[in-house]
Design a binder for this molecule. Structure first.
Ligand SMILES: Cc1cc2nc3c(=O)[nH]c(=O)nc-3n(C[C@H](O)[C@H](O)[C@H](O)COP(=O)(O)O)c2cc1C
Length: 310
């Protein structure tokens, strides 16, 4: 897969970030196939119209022919409140911290509260993906890809693979009493119940998203693995946050990866691409989510050396 990172882009190590060795991050102009929407005036200054963006570029991204696809070239975020070159406005420094903290602490893995009968608009998925790709990625190389599956037959096939792993393959592989066994298979009755429910219904979840990253790196060293996984997992989490803010819940799962190749064949994912997670997405029922139980970060925070706490 080739990327146009700009005319003067040079070879860039995935982990170098903003190193001068990396290509330019762009000049704020749209250099893709389609122009970015022009800023419109409002009382609060310049902003991009999300509706205009979606109407122009993303009427139905899942149905667009390959020839009309938005270019792989770097573009600045279309949903940003201001063009990136504009002087930061007063508003940009003020966030509603209560809402942000609530979003961060109550975005859960949703299983039983996924609304399996309510359709999900492709545009909202694309909008959340545009937000998600603002997450960091190694060297800003943009090696992420997202396979969105809405076809009922393909969803059912993925669901069947997941169910087979969940009930027949995974527990024996991990072994009874294995502390590595995921909580959802060794935990409370509620957790098990929730996990089994998902295994029974995954194929019916209206949208499946498989975030992928280019290249294979299972035999690579820590640096390369961390860089590759780190170039897609932050976006997957941002996607969950963006979806949650729009009333959509996500079940983060990985069990299908036991049969990654089977799913790759089903979806035409190339051999040199790695799937990293599977996200089952649907509108959620109810309104309340609570913070999840966790070992407090304080108990796992070390200052100036492993084990040294304050
Ligand atoms: C790397 C990873 C793999 C996971 N795999 C699965 C899975 O295959 N099936 C599942 O039901 N949940 C899976 N989960 C969800 C976790 O079980 C869940 O995040 C955890 O129990 C905490 O619950 P919460 O997300 O609601 O806070 C996975 C989560 C992560 C981060």
């Amino acid at each position: 897969m080739e990327y146009d990172l700009g005319s003067s882009a040079g070879p860039c190590d995935a982990a170098l970030g903003d190193s001068p060795h990396c290509g330019p991050l762009g000049d704020g102009k749209s250099d893709g196939d389609l122009p970015l929407p022009q800023p419109t005036e409002s009382r609060r200054g310049h902003h991009f119209s999300v509706a205009a963006y979606n109407a122009k570029l993303l009427p139905d991204p899942l149905a667009r022919p390959a020839s009309a696809r938005v270019s792989d070239r770097l573009q600045f975020h279309p949903l940003a409140p201001e063009p990136h070159r504009a002087t930061p406005s007063k508003e940009s420094g003020h966030m509603d911290r209560t809402t942000v903290d609530q979003l961060l602490t109550t975005t859960r893995t949703v299983r039983k509260r996924l609304d399996l009968s309510r359709p999900v608009e492709p545009a909202v998925i694309q909008e959340c993906l545009e937000l998600a790709i603002q997450a960091p990625n190694g060297g800003n190389q943009n090696r992420y890809h997202f396979v969105v599956v809405t076809d009922p037959v393909k969803r059912a096939a993925i669901g069947a693979i997941y169910k087979k792993v969940f009930y027949q393959e995974h527990a024996p592989l991990s072994g009874a009493g294995d502390p590595g066994l995921p909580v959802y298979q060794q935990g409370s009755a509620t957790q098990q119940n929730s996990a089994s429910y998902l295994a029974d219904h995954l194929g019916e979840v209206p949208v499946h998203i498989i975030p992928c990253v280019e290249s294979r790196f299972e035999t690579a060293g820590t640096f390369r693995q961390a860089t590759r996984y780190g170039s897609i997992l932050p976006a997957a989490w941002s996607l969950m946050l963006a979806l949650r803010s729009r009333g959509l819940g996500t079940a983060w799962t990985t069990l299908h990866l036991y049969h990654e190749k089977e799913v790759a064949a089903l979806l035409g994912i190339p051999d040199d691409v790695t799937q990293v997670v599977h996200l089952g997405v649907a509108y959620y029922t109810g309104t309340e989510f609570k913070p999840g139980p966790r070992v407090p970060a304080r108990a796992r925070t070390y200052w100036d050396g492993w084990g040294q706490q304050r």
